[in-house]
Design a protein around this ligand. Structure first.
Ligand code: CP
Ligand code: NVA
Length: 329
């Protein structure tokens, strides 16, 4: 049987995405609120995950590393001195799963094609699926806690299901046409979340990504909008999301990008001018630079960025548990 990989949320149904989020919440509740003692059942005991990153990382690495051993690009021959094909065959013969952060998306596809164990995409230039699961979880928690008027760190046994909280929301993206918005586009419309994207002239998402988003939106009734004007995108938004203007690997384009993204900083004024919902919230995958969002928004009550970062841990655990421990859907 071919292993089930986690290359993009595009490969999973809405119900499966809800399941990842729901299980992540169970992991969080159990670890943080129900069990003062460390868990006695150790679902990952005896399992080995190879974590191979060819780009730097704080959140994805720390969220994963607590459970596993880490192999950095200086530690192993990940596409440096040995082909990805050979690395994939060798490593997958020794471990129960591979989590890899790569450059081009073809690299993670090649790893998955050759691997006999599940491969989890820890970021490629095209997609960042573990991030977007954490985002869905964070949005779910925010809406759930708001609807039920309980503090964000309180859970009861009667939590709402993500199926009840996510559909019908509207997200505005103000920023680069990068891996984060591309992953949002293949996940959010599928669960009924509308997405408006503002990116400067010449910064466009891949055609196949837009095609998936359009097909999903048609099925769920979510809307999609692409514009070069940030004010247009934030209209009626429940959540405004952005990311760095200079992704890893684009460092040489920094000066040009800073110029071309002028006017794209997320501020209270932008949200007001554009007509975001009065209770709009802010999200960012981090790491953050002040040019894309000012301190007033980033450190405000509206900002969900720190719970969002924490939720990387619970959602990555959920993915590892589903694909590696339980063997997939
Ligand atoms: N958001 C995210 O993936 O952060 P790291 O690059 O630090 O892992
Ligand atoms: N778009 C960013 C995300 C970092 C988590 C990058 O690829 O560098």
């Amino acid at each position: 049987k071919k292993p089930q990989h986690f290359i993009s949320t595009a490969d999973f149904t809405a119900e499966q995405l809800y399941d990842f989020v729901y299980q992540a919440i169970q992991h969080k509740v159990q670890a943080k609120y129900q069990h003062p003692e460390p868990r006695q059942d150790r679902p990952l005991a005896g399992k080995t995950l190879a974590v191979m990153f060819s780009k730097r990382s704080t959140r994805t690495r720390v969220a994963t590393e607590s459970a596993v051993a880490y192999l950095g690009s200086q530690d192993i021959q990940l596409g440096v001195n040995e082909s990805l094909l050979d690395t994939s065959r060798v490593v997958s013969s020794m471990v129960d799963g591979i989590m890899a952060r790569v450059g081009g998306h073809h690299e993670i596809e090649l790893l998955a094609k050759e691997s006999t164990v599940p491969v989890i995409n820890a970021l490629s230039a095209k997609y960042h699926p573990t991030q977007i699961l954490a985002d869905l979880m964070t949005i779910h928690e925010h809406v759930h806690h708001r609807n039920n008027k309980v503090p964000a760190d309180q859970y009861s046994a009667h939590t709402q299901h993500p199926r009840e909280t996510l559909p019908g929301l509207k997200v505005a993206w103000v920023g680069d046409a990068n891996n984060i918005i591309q992953e949002i586009l293949v996940a959010f419309p599928k669960v009924g979340i509308s997405v408006s994207v503002a990116a400067p002239e010449g910064y466009v998402c891949d055609e196949d990504v837009i095609a998936i988003a359009k097909a999903d939106a048609q099925k769920t009734g979510a809307t999609l909008m692409f514009t070069t004007k940030p004010e247009e995108a934030v209209k009626d938004a429940d959540i405004i999301i952005t990311d760095t203007w200079v992704s890893m690997g684009q460092e040489e384009e920094k000066a040009k990008r800073l110029q071309e993204f002028e006017g794209y900083q997320v501020t209270m004024d932008l949200a007001k001018r554009g007509g975001a919902k009065p209770d709009w919230t802010f999200m960012h995958c981090l790491p953050r630079k002040p040019e894309e969002v000012d301190d007033e928004v980033f450190y405000s009550e509206r900002s969900l960025v720190f719970p969002e970062a924490e939720n990387r841990k619970w959602t990555i655990l959920s993915v590892i548990d589903r694909l590696i421990v339980k063997g997939g859907f």
